[in-house]
Write a protein that binds this ligand. Structure first.
Ligand code: KG4
Ligand code: ZN
Length: 348
């Protein structure tokens, strides 16, 4: 029997993503984004995002089917992000997926967005090693996870105690007058900046902090340090060297994230590190991760940048893995859970 054909729908934030996979082979990954509609507000406006999902849903499903060369009737299972994320946005995806599942009489899986960010790597690098350490760095989350099995055994090791990594990128970009979402713009500006220009603080890395927060991260102090530095320079009448500030800030984030991730691998005697989520698209993070993992003989897996930011393929990838492992589909009554716990991989 051929591997199952799974369609995944993602609408947790401002991207309407529809992905189609067969087993671990990616057939289509179509994304419609409403980011331009939020840019002038400096952040995602939930109601605007929900409406945009409604408008984009059917055309995005149609584009994905046409790209994959499949008909909806050929699909073996539907997967959809049921949390965490914006409640109204999630609702559009879950209602659409349920309509498809009922109309086509196919099983449905309501899946965790965070686990999907980790599982998507299977589309590029094959099945995950068991166990792996996963670092999930996105706009809403920063977590270090021990993952014996991505379909049901996900153990949190640490997380952010304030801002998420992506949130820090977005807030610092704002301070520097760069557009929203800030991550890609800081990444670009930093390429021509000096990462050693300013010695920004590395949160939760002192011996005292490590005793209590070994695998946790904190970016709020760093964000404030950048804002204060910029303010002081302005008061002195100095021109702000945006590229140097961006590079120095980015270096601090990358340094802390990787120190913690590698420590988690070494401490837990795990030899594979998977990095996922929007911040995993960061070019400097990818380079430094490669260097540091090579030093410690850790096998590093990061999906290509387009699969790091929100997309439907990641949801399809997790759905496909659930089917492969024989997990029972979700009951059609499942709802959305905007604060879904990372340990809940899918709706039972
Ligand atoms: O995973 P994602 O697409 O959405 C959430 O689940 O939150 O992550 C979005 C976050 C944003 O904060 C964005 O600024 C950040 O990922 N991001 C980046 C880069 N590309 C996206 N951060 C740093 N460097 C990048 N190249
Ligand atoms: Zn995400």
């Amino acid at each position: 029997m051929s591997e199952p054909l799974v369609l995944g729908i993602e609408t947790s934030c401002d991207e309407t993503g529809v992905g189609i996979v067969r087993g671990t082979t990616l057939l289509a990954d179509e994304v419609a984004t409403s980011v331009d509609q939020h840019a002038r507000f400096g952040g995602v406006v939930p109601e605007v995002a929900s409406r945009a999902h409604l408008e984009a849903m059917v055309p995005t499903i149609e584009r994905a089917c046409s790209k994959a060369g499949v008909k909806l009737a050929d699909v073996d299972a539907i997967a959809v992000t049921s949390g965490p994320g914006l409640a109204g946005a999630l609702l559009v995806g879950v209602a659409s997926a349920k309509a498809l599942a009922i109309g086509l009489n196919k099983p449905i899986y309501g899946v965790n967005h965070l686990a999907a960010h980790v599982c998507v790597d299977q589309l590029e690098h094959g099945y995950l090693d068991k166990p792996s350490v996963a670092m999930l760095v996105s706009g809403g989350h920063s977590s270090l996870l021990l993952v014996p099995d991505i379909t049901g055994d996900v153990i949190p090791l640490g997380q952010t105690i304030d801002d998420a990594a992506g949130e820090a990128f977005d807030k610092v970009a704002r301070v520097l007058g760069l557009p929203f979402p800030g991550g890609p713009y800081i990444d670009e500006a930093a390429k021509s900046g000096d990462p050693a220009a300013i010695d920004f603080p590395r949160g939760l890395t002192s011996a005292k902090d490590l005793a209590k927060h070994r695998f946790d991260v904190s970016f709020s102090g760093l964000k404030t340090a950048v804002a204060r530095w910029v303010e002081l320079e302005k008061q002195k009448g100095n021109q702000i060297m945006v590229n140097d500030v961006a590079a120095s800030f980015q270096e601090a984030v990358v340094d802390v994230l990787l120190r913690k991730a590698i420590d988690a691998c070494v401490t837990n005697e795990v030899s594979t590190l998977v990095i996922g989520g929007g911040v995993a698209a960061n070019s400097r993070l990818r380079v430094v991760a490669q260097e540091r993992c090579a030093e410690k003989k850790i096998n590093l897996r990061i999906p290509r940048p387009g699969l790091c930011t929100d997309n439907g393929a990641m949801v399809a990838a997790l759905g496909s893995e659930l089917v492969r492992q024989g997990c029972k589909p979700s009951s059609i009554e499942f709802g959305t859970d905007s604060a879904m716990d990372v340990r809940t991989v899918f709706e039972g």
